[in-house]
Ligand binder design. Structure first.
Ligand code: IPE
Ligand code: IPE
Ligand code: MG
Length: 243
């Protein structure tokens, strides 16, 4: 694989992933099992987001990507979508000082222009306001789809009028976050074992960790379990052991 972001990791069993990506799933089931509305689960899920950003920074993870809303999630009832958009608004408005204080750089990936204008503008503002933070870079994937990202990348290449053949490097360079390395570890909560259109291109050689724990119940200890699992994997990238 000739991808520019492919880094061989000879450090072996004690390695910490530079980039952890999480499919935050199970909010609805968490709420429903408590006879609460689904939105209550999303509300609780935001608390997990704060908890995991902190835990990831403490674990020296440099990049954390969080799947918050997919391009397919528009199929949900309008009331749930509105509730989620309001939660994003609330998060951006009230958590910004704390994020800045803790050295968190926030980025947003996805078709941001397809979101309500006020939210898209706020996201751009928060990206600027946290651009100097260096402790951890957190990318929130909103209105994000892995296939759409590849399509958007190719269209950007065409728009820019590149001559010559398409290469992996060219596609990678036109993705939403070209400077962020590919995820080393992808975690999905809630027992589902599918990608649901998350980071299709970037996860070509990622390790995968699936847990039954629902996102609102996920915590630092559960993250540590995923990191321990990761540390025990041997990444070969198509080669053979010891080559
Ligand atoms: C994940 O939780 C959050 C979003 C997709 C926005 P879900 O809402 O998918 O929760 P379940 O899968 O229905 O339990
Ligand atoms: C994936 O979860 C999207 C996010 C976590 C934002 P979904 O709950 O939407 O995925 P499916 O429908 O179970 O595949
Ligand atoms: Mg789900």
């Amino acid at each position: 694989m000739a991808g520019k972001k492919m880094t061989l990791n000879p450090a072996g069993s004690h390695s910490i992933p530079a980039h952890v990506a999480i499919i935050m799933d199970g909010n609805g089931r968490w709420a429903q099992s408590r006879k609460m509305p689904r939105l209550a689960g999303h509300h609780e899920g935001v608390k997990t987001v704060e908890r995991i950003i902190r835990a990831a920074a403490e674990a020296n993870i440099q990049y954390l990507s969080l799947y918050a809303f997919s391009t397919e999630n528009w199929k949900r009832p309008g009331s749930e979508i509105d509730g989620l958009m309001n939660l994003f608004r609330h998060f951006l408005k009230f958590k910004l000082p704390d994020l800045k204080k803790n050295g968190v750089r926030l980025l947003f990936s996805g078709r941001i222009d397809g979101l309500p204008d006020d939210l898209a503008n706020e996201m751009k503002k928060v990206e600027e306001e946290t651009s100097k933070s260096e402790r951890i870079t957190v990318t929130i994937c909103v209105n994000y789809g892995g296939r759409q990202e590849i399509v958007d990348s190719v269209n950007r290449i065409i728009e820019l009028g590149y001559a010559g053949l398409i290469t992996e490097e060219r596609i990678s360079a036109a993705m939403y976050q070209p400077k962020i390395p590919d995820p080393d570890l992808v975690i999905r909560t809630s027992g589902e074992t599918r990608l649901s259109n998350f980071l299709l291109w970037e996860s070509a050689y990622s390790e995968f960790y699936f847990t039954e724990v629902l996102w609102p119940d996920f915590n630092g200890e559960e993250l540590q379990k995923a990191l321990t699992y990761y540390a025990g994997r041997e990444r070969r990238y198509g080669s053979v052991k010891g080559a």
